[in-house]
Design a protein around this ligand. Structure first.
Ligand SMILES: Cc1ncc(COP(=O)(O)O)c(C=O)c1O
Length: 394
């Protein structure tokens, strides 16, 4: 055999054992050293107090870490994980639905809602800025065989008239329109809330057109707290609703899809199909239960701080912000007048220790969450004033 054929191949048993074992052991030791923090270090959340990029960056609380450590678990593919079963029962009860399914992410929950309630070749309606239509990797088309028909709404909201005129009539040329997806709160529109009465009207039209209704409620608890209504009220017309545990509620992983027994049974099969059947994932559900116990009411603090931030930004010359759009924990504004892109502002903020997501455009998003306190807001505003002043002098 030629010498070259004996050369270890990447990924082969021979390569990994003979040639890199030492390296693996070495790097694993290094990893263990960096991953295992002293208890007080693990709880040091100050590193996140100027991170306005998203509420998804929130760290699990101490109570979550403890719940995860002690969680009772079982094989969830056999429906034998007591922590997941408890979380699903709780979620179903909160939203007044028969059943619930613990899923890996909001994206997975939304996709399963589509897969379990539509057929390939059909069409679903969503607002043009909806997460499902823009940021879920085209899963509806690739995996569901669906066309997502987008409609430009106002503040993220499609009107009943728009729904009625978008539904396709029965015609040999047309795909059948079978589902309306509603996002509440609406991320791209600035965390705007769809009020219960608005949903009533929308649902009435959707039903009269024979549509099913899915609510992408990634931040539905923000909507409920913002309105001062029970989450149940906002889910009244939804056949399915997804909510996220891992955003403002601070859990490390997971979302939940709620709906009827029949739809959730179907979604459970599709979850398995796409590789989302997890086993002893009760360690994650345990954190989710703590999130539901402790994370909801405190969202009001995030809303208050987002408001304070927005009002401060409105006072900065040449920053353009629609204060009416700031209804929950998300603040969107435009800095074209300041002569900067979001990427430029992100760079400027960095000098002050403040983190935002940059981009080529002039639209900026800042998000309040559990690690943002009043001082974080003050510091970000001071930084914004200084950056804007420098930019206008240059
Ligand atoms: C409105 C909305 N829906 C769905 C998602 C997707 O959630 P995940 O990141 O858990 O997949 C997000 C994420 O930010 C979102 O903002």
């Amino acid at each position: 055999m030629a010498a070259g054929n004996n050369a270890p191949r990447r990924g082969s048993e021979q390569f990994s054992t003979r040639h890199v074992t030492g390296l693996i052991v070495h790097s694993m030791t290094a990893m263990a050293a960096t991953l295992t923090l002293a208890p007080d270090e693990a709880l040091d959340e100050t590193a996140f107090r100027l991170d306005f990029r998203s509420d998804t960056i929130t760290q699990p609380t101490q109570a979550m870490r403890e719940a995860m450590r002690t969680a009772r678990v079982g094989d969830d593919v056999f429906s034998e994980d007591p922590s997941i079963n408890a979380l699903e029962a709780r979620a179903a009860q909160i939203f007044g639905k028969e059943a619930a399914l613990f899923v890996t992410s909001g994206t997975q929950g939304n996709l399963l809602a589509l897969l379990s309630q539509t057929h390939p070749g059909e069409e679903v309606i969503a607002e043009a800025g909806a997460h499902m239509a823009n940021s879920e990797v085209g899963g509806a088309a690739r995996l569901g065989g669906l066309t997502v028909r987008t409609v430009v709404g106002r503040a993220g909201k499609i009107s009943p008239e728009q729904v009625a005129s978008t539904v396709r009539p029965e015609n040999v040329h047309f795909a059948r329109t079978t589902l309306l997806a509603v996002e509440n709160t609406h991320n791209n529109a600035g965390g705007t809330i769809l009020r219960a009465e608005e949903m009533d009207r929308l649902a009435e039209t959707a039903r009269s057109c024979g549509l099913k209704i899915h609510v992408d409620g990634a931040r539905i608890f923000n909507a409920a707290i913002g309105l001062g209504v029970e989450p149940l009220r906002l889910a009244r017309h939804a056949d399915t609703l997804t909510f996220c545990l891992s955003k403002g509620l601070s859990a490390p992983v997971g979302s939940v899809l709620v709906g009827s027994n029949a739809v959730i049974d179907e979604a459970r099969r599709y979850r398995k199909m796409i590789g989302g059947g997890m086993r002893q994932a009760g360690v994650l559900a345990a954190a989710g239960l703590v999130a539901l116990d402790t994370g909801i009411d405190r969202l009001a603090d995030d809303h208050r701080r987002a408001r304070r931030l927005a009002e401060g930004l409105a006072r900065v010359p040449r920053v353009s912000i629609d204060l009416a759009s700031v209804q929950t924990n998300i603040v969107r504004f435009d800095i074209a007048g300041v002569g900067l892109s979001a990427a430029g502002l992100a760079e400027g903020f960095q000098q002050h220790g403040v983190r935002i997501s940059g981009g080529p455009g002039t639209g900026v998003r800042m998000v309040a969450h559990r690690h943002i306190d009043d001082a974080s807001v003050d510091l970000a505003l001071e930084a914004m004033v200084s950056i804007a002043a420098k930019s206008s002098n240059s």
